[in-house]
Design a protein around this ligand. Structure first.
Ligand SMILES: CC(C)(COP(=O)(O)OP(=O)(O)OC[C@H]1O[C@@H](n2cnc3c(N)ncnc32)[C@H](O)[C@@H]1OP(=O)(O)O)[C@@H](O)C(=O)NCCC(=O)NCCS
Length: 153
């Protein structure tokens, strides 16, 4: 999809979606649905976030955000696009907005992320590379229990 047709159909807001939209976006995109009501606090603590909506009815169809200290250590999270709207360039538009904001407001920051397989090409194109010197390590009771089927949404 050309930049012009993306702009005809969609609008990018420099704002996170509502907690309900956040939950639905993650769930419909196949990511772990975030625990509620904690996602409300999580969204409030965002350093910079963006949402893409359809111009037709304002539906939130793609999002991404950065959490962190806004100066040295920042982490990209919640990159997702609803299935019907994927492969149209929205994920790339979201990532560009996040990277440009960081370059402008925190040029010395280390921007990191945990890449799920569908996002790898996108992240590589934006300059993210695997860091072979460090191993990503995660401690997460909710996400682990959800994956095992021991926690409901
Ligand atoms: C990854 C994701 C955010 C990309 O969003 P998108 O709006 O489709 O992004 P784009 O249209 O800009 O596509 C960028 C590139 O991502 C890759 N990509 C997108 N969707 C893909 C899919 N379903 N499978 C494999 N690669 C995919 C492609 O290489 C694509 O570039 P191309 O169309 O030029 O080949 C989207 O597929 C998604 O929400 N996936 C499920 C959630 C997820 O895994 N998020 C990443 C968490 S780390």
């Amino acid at each position: 999809m050309s930049k012009q047709s993306i702009d005809d159909e969609y609008i990018l807001e420099e704002k996170v979606p509502s907690p309900e939209e956040h939950f639905n976006l993650r769930k419909q995109a196949g990511l772990t649905p975030p625990p509620r009501p904690d996602n409300e606090t999580s969204l409030k603590n965002t350093w910079f976030g963006v949402t893409i909506r359809t111009k037709q009815n304002g539906e939130a169809v793609s999002m991404g955000r950065i959490i962190g200290d806004g100066a040295i250590f920042c982490v990209v999270v919640d990159i997702c696009t609803l299935p019907h709207h994927q492969r149209k360039g929205l994920g790339s538009k979201i990532m560009r907005a996040l990277v440009e904001h960081t370059d402008k407001h925190a040029p010395n920051a280390q921007l990191s992320l945990l890449a799920d397989p569908p996002g790898k090409v996108l992240y590589n194109r934006m300059g993210f590379v695997e860091n072979k010197l460090e191993t990503p390590m995660v401690r997460s009771t909710f996400f682990k229990a959800y994956a095992r089927g021991q926690r409901e949404e």
